[in-house]
Design a protein around this ligand. Structure first.
Ligand SMILES: Cc1cc2nc3c(=O)[nH]c(=O)nc-3n(C[C@H](O)[C@H](O)[C@H](O)COP(=O)(O)OP(=O)(O)OC[C@H]3O[C@@H](n4cnc5c(N)ncnc54)[C@H](O)[C@@H]3O)c2cc1C
Length: 390
């Protein structure tokens, strides 16, 4: 398997040459400059390349498994998540008010890109948690925020979103899960959701589901959908979250790829949940999370494309096949064939267009003849440095 080279030089280039990062941070009153940010990203890149990337393949081959009603993640995932969480990566950009580190969101995006490039199954877990935190923060009552946000922000608990049902995917107007009010202010949530990413796992801690459901008096369609916070573990009399809620995994979804990601069919059998936001306005509240996830999905595409590009360019350097263009010798690395370079450059153009891409020494991924002088020439853009003729 090829290794992953974290694109930290590119991030540094963007911060210093494109974004005027230090001035922007000073204007925002944030005590972080590009040197500190680059140091954080170096460390994040090391974690992704050395710890999470090797787990990606074994995780995908082994996959998550459903054993006696509980999801077991592939070997090494739970330990890796604990390290990730304890080192503070889960709370990188979250608000200090709830225990987050409050670093600029752009660092979060770059971390997400590297997570997606190296181990998307893993990266989805903190990504969904962050989106759930945003929705809870924006719409939940103060008591729900106080109880759930600190452990979620620290990454000790994780989040999931439960919208989709077998008869309601693209069009959520038809969803049937119901929420019956109880005297204590909670609701009994009953229904089945499908495709629920990170719906269950064995990493420890609570799993907080944000579930769309209908109240008894709900109008038809999307104007009758409400949002509920439904945790896997409920508080006991002493306030510790030890009581199992009435929710269970019906099955693990079968997917192409990201087999380590526990995408679940979830059954809610009168599970205890609390209303988030106003009755019948749940879809709008859920969109706070969905919009965060949409951004994450965009970054996932960029990360996966960048990671795939690295793998392809690395392979093209190693694979010896065919004769040189003038026919004088062979076999040559397939990157020496012009059409292979064209295809790789095509991929790289998309990746660069999606974010940014190689500057500095990593031009070697695609431009085998780039010279050290050209690489270090000041004031050149990434594209001009890496043109196929350079
Ligand atoms: C890996 C993965 C993870 C997911 N994670 C989650 C999660 O965490 N939580 C969650 O709630 N859901 C999750 N989903 C579900 C996802 O949100 C749905 O797949 C999505 O909403 C589309 O629904 P569907 O799959 O039922 O597609 P369908 O609604 O069956 O649509 C299938 C196709 O038909 C088209 N189509 C449907 N209706 C119309 C129409 N009226 N006019 C024209 N075209 C139409 C759609 O555009 C689509 O191309 C996940 C899905 C996947 C694959």
């Amino acid at each position: 398997m090829q290794t992953y080279v974290p694109p930290v030089d590119d991030y540094r280039f963007l911060m210093t040459e494109v974004l005027d990062f230090d001035r922007a941070m000073a204007e925002l009153g944030m005590e972080v400059d590009s040197d500190l940010a680059a140091a954080v990203l170096e460390e994040a890149g090391r974690l992704c390349a050395e710890r999470l990337h090797p787990l990606n393949r074994s995780g995908d081959e082994e996959g998550s498994r459903l054993i006696d009603g509980a999801v077991k993640l592939p070997q090494g995932f739970a330990d890796a998540y604990r390290e990730f969480q304890e080192a503070g990566w889960a709370s990188l950009s979250s608000s200090p008010e709830y225990g987050g580190q409050g670093l600029p969101f752009i660092l979060q995006l770059w971390l997400d890109e590297m997570l997606s490039a190296t181990n998307l199954s893993f990266g989805l877990i903190p990504g969904l948690t962050r989106g759930a935190c945003e929705a809870i923060n924006a719409h939940a009552s103060d008591s729900l925020k106080a109880a759930y946000l600190p452990p979620m922000v620290r990454g000790e608990w994780t989040g999931a979103m439960a919208l989709t049902e077998s008869g309601a995917g693209t069009d959520l107007a038809l969803l049937k899960t119901k929420a019956d009010p109880r005297d204590d202010g909670s609701h009994a949530i009953t229904g089945t959701k499908i495709f629920i990413s990170s719906g269950d796992h064995d990493m420890g801690g609570n799993i907080v589901h944000l579930v769309l459901a209908r109240l008894p008096d709900a109008p038809e369609g999307v104007k009758g959908i409400s949002l509920f916070l439904v945790p896997k573990f409920l508080p006991d009399a002493s306030g510790r979250f030890t009581v199992r809620n009435a929710m269970s995994v019906g099955a693990l979804e079968k997917k192409m790829g990201i087999h380590a990601q526990p995408t679940c069919v979830m059954n809610y059998d009168g599970a205890t949940g609390w209303l988030v936001g106003e009755p019948h306005k749940g879809l709008a509240a859920m969109f706070t999370m969905m919009n965060a996830e949409r951004l994450m999905v965009g970054i996932q595409g960029l990360g996966i494309a960048g990671g795939a590009y690295q793998q392809a360019a690395g392979y093209a350097r190693e694979r010896l096949q065919g004769r040189s263009a003038d026919g004088s010798h062979g076999p040559v690395a397939i990157i020496d064939h012009a059409d292979v370079r064209r295809m790789l450059l095509n991929v790289r153009a998309f990746v660069e267009g999606g974010g940014r891409w190689p500057v500095g020494p990593r031009c070697n991924w695609i431009a085998p003849t780039v010279t050290p002088t050209q690489r270090s020439a000041p004031g050149r853009t990434p594209s001009s440095r890496c043109s196929p003729r350079s």
